[in-house]
Design a protein around this ligand. Structure first.
Ligand SMILES: Nc1nc2c(ncn2[C@@H]2O[C@H](COP(=O)(O)OP(=O)(O)OP(=O)(O)O)[C@@H](O)[C@H]2O)c(=O)[nH]1
Length: 305
């Protein structure tokens, strides 16, 4: 009989390194939220990989970055707590970018954890030539040596092309302890549905807006209830959510000319929410100003941080 393994893994790496996309590719469903804007992953969202021989729980962390606000500090604390709790770490180093000071900082921090298996994942390999990839892999090896960190493996992967994703799953599973499944089969995530719904709306609201906005956006789902009086074969769920921004000017950006952008955000997120909940949804979206919420601990708590 083959042994069953189970445990936790997380991907770390600089913003935009491809962590969420990789999590999605491994889980095979869109649970973690991706966006072309950096630092959009706010919550440690877990995806479950169910296999005959193992269950891998993926914890997706936000990027570690220079803390400038209370929120920045909390995010960094969250990253470090996550690292200490998982069985194995995958450090994502995008192949289309050189290893920089930020990556070296991460590698030193991870090296300080000692003895935790660390896989170096060269992400986005579809974007580079084989010779550039070879250079990148050697640079990864060198950066590990420099920090006294011995990689368990160095794996080139393209989450978008699906290249080597399966191999990565095998290598991650091999680092897990023996044990029974941690979650019932069929679950993809243990995030409450409200959190997923809020993340979907946040992602839609961030699409195509200016660079300073990501940090100023928070979404809170106030209510999620089945509409009363519907026949069982035609259910409808009412979702009421608030999009919080920090300033009046940002409110205007989100709402758009005659509410056009807000309508687009609603349409785009509703389709995804319906997929998550498995029922048609009526989405009631409001934009509110919570002045400087990132700097105010009380407001942060209210917004779920
Ligand atoms: N071509 C290509 N693009 C990728 C790949 N993986 C991720 N990307 C793109 O890179 C960008 C960032 O990917 P994410 O998965 O959101 O990165 P992340 O590390 O989770 O980012 P943060 O949440 O900001 O920390 C997105 O635009 C992705 O579509 C890949 O394998 N190939």
């Amino acid at each position: 009989m083959t042994t069953f393994r189970s445990g936790f893994a997380c991907f770390v790496g600089r913003p935009n390194a491809g962590k969420s996309t990789l999590t999605n590719a491994l889980v095979g469903d869109k649970i973690a939220i991706t966006s072309s804007k950096p630092q959009t992953t706010r919550h440690a969202i877990r995806g479950l990989v169910h296999r005959d021989d193992a269950q891998l729980v993926l914890v997706d962390t936000p990027g570690l970055h220079k803390p400038r606000t209370v929120l920045g500090q909390r995010l960094n604390d969250l990253v470090r707590t996550t690292w200490s709790e998982v069985d194995t770490i995958g450090l994502c180093l995008p192949a289309d970018e050189c290893i920089g000071p930020g990556d070296r900082f991460l590698i030193r921090e991870i090296a300080a954890l000692r003895r935790k298996p660390v896989l170096a994942v060269a992400t986005k390999t579809d974007l580079v030539s084989p010779s550039r990839l070879a250079e990148h892999l050697m640079a990864i090896q060198g950066a590990g040596d420099e920090a006294g960190l011995e990689w368990r493996d160095v794996v080139p992967v393209s989450a978008v092309a699906g290249d080597q994703v399966q191999l990565l799953a095998d290598l991650l599973v091999a680092t897990l302890p023996e044990g029974p499944p941690l979650y019932p089969e069929g679950r993809l995530t243990d995030e409450p549905e409200e959190t997923l719904v809020a993340e979907v709306i946040r992602e839609a609201a961030l699409e195509g807006v200016r660079d300073e906005l990501p940090h100023s956006l928070a979404v809170v789902v106030e209510e999620m209830l089945p509409r009363e009086g519907r026949s069982p074969d035609r259910p409808l769920v009412d979702v009421r959510a608030n999009v919080f921004v920090e300033r009046d000017s940002q409110k205007g950006i989100i709402i758009g000319h005659r509410g056009e952008r807000l309508r687009e955000i609603g349409t785009a997120s509703r389709a995804q929410i319906e997929r998550i909940l498995g029922t048609p949804v009526f989405l009631d979206l409001h934009v509110k100003v919570a002045k400087d919420w990132q700097r105010d601990p009380k407001q942060l708590r209210k917004l779920g941080f």
